[in-house]
Write a protein that binds this ligand. Structure first.
Ligand SMILES: Nc1ncnc2c1ncn2[C@@H]1O[C@H](COP(=O)(O)OS(=O)(=O)O)[C@@H](OP(=O)(O)O)[C@H]1O
Ligand SMILES: Nc1ncnc2c1ncn2[C@@H]1O[C@H](COP(=O)(O)OP(=O)(O)O)[C@@H](O)[C@H]1O
Length: 242
């Protein structure tokens, strides 16, 4: 391996450098860190043309896309949090923040699907596909279906992670609170047996064991939950410190 000798401005095989000679190097880990954060890469390390190509292939985190994927029972607060997060991300600027709400996707992309396990998996798979494409294009994608099954959620995580960041937020508002706050009356109809296979009533909701954040709107305000998500994105460099 070659190393750089700053005092003589030359490169030498590392095992041939006389003891005591000053050398400079950048490890693979350090190079990846500099690419990820956009930190400078010195001219002695590589030709500027090579660094430019490396930077194009590895944009810094604040230029990469990400998906925040909410999962939880009907009326748990997914849409309310997702909309508030969209507003917060739009205020950040830099990326367009796109909302994929369960209801909209059901109308626009999955109108032929019902609620069997297979159909829900197809629905969540379609959301995952769109989220991965948006993420690859550098957007901020916010998805909020019930997504009750762990396997389908795991596939979405795998798909999106190939192109950018992925955060699973479990909106874990207790079922009783969801039933109480539901204005559409669907829970009452499901309890009465008028709707069959309703999540949380007579169909399973598999609580995630891989959530990046767990939120409950009976315990934490929507703005605090949004703040916690923003902190995760800042921690990983997807958005800058404010
Ligand atoms: N059987 C059954 N189970 C669960 N939900 C049902 C069912 N039938 C209809 N609905 C209404 O559909 C909305 C949930 O759709 P999703 O696409 O988010 O569900 S899933 O992720 O495919 O499981 C959800 O509405 P929102 O939560 O307002 O989106 C439900 O009211
Ligand atoms: N800002 C808020 N604070 C507390 N509760 C809220 C707020 N916004 C909505 N809710 C309650 O949460 C319930 C479910 O919200 P919603 O976001 O539509 O759930 P989901 O998208 O999970 O079906 C609503 O019926 C409402 O009563």
């Amino acid at each position: 391996m070659l190393t750089y000798l700053p005092d003589t401005d030359e490169y030498q095989p590392i095992n041939e450098v006389p003891e005591g000679t000053r050398t400079l190097n950048i490890s693979g880990t350090e190079l990846r860190r500099r690419l990820k954060t956009g930190a400078p890469i010195p001219e002695w390390f590589s030709y500027p043309e090579v660094v430019r190509i490396l930077r194009e292939a590895n944009p810094p985190r604040d230029h990469q896309g990400f998906t925040v994927f909410f999962t939880g029972l009907h009326a748990s607060g997914k849409e309310a949090i997702a909309r508030a997060l969209q507003v917060a991300l739009n205020q950040e600027g830099g990326r367009s923040a796109t909302l994929l709400l369960g209801e909209t996707i059901r109308q626009e992309l999955s109108s032929e699907l019902g609620f069997t396990r297979r159909e829900r998996d197809i629905n969540v798979g379609r959301i995952g596909f769109v989220a991965a494409e948006l993420t690859r294009a550098g957007a901020a994608c916010i998805a909020a279906p019930i997504a009750p099954y762990a396997d389908a959620r795991r596939l979405v995580r795998q798909q999106v992670t190939k192109s950018g960041g992925f955060y699973l937020v479990h909106v874990a508002t207790p079922l009783e609170a969801c039933i109480k706050s539901d204005r559409t009356g669907v829970y009452q109809r499901a309890i009465a047996g008028e709707i069959k296979g309703f999540t949380g009533i007579d169909d399973a909701y598999e609580a995630p064991d891989d959530a990046d954040l767990v939120a409950d709107i009976t315990k934490t305000s929507i703005s605090q939950i949004v703040h916690e998500i923003i902190l995760l994105l800042e921690r990983d460099g997807y958005i800058g410190d404010r």
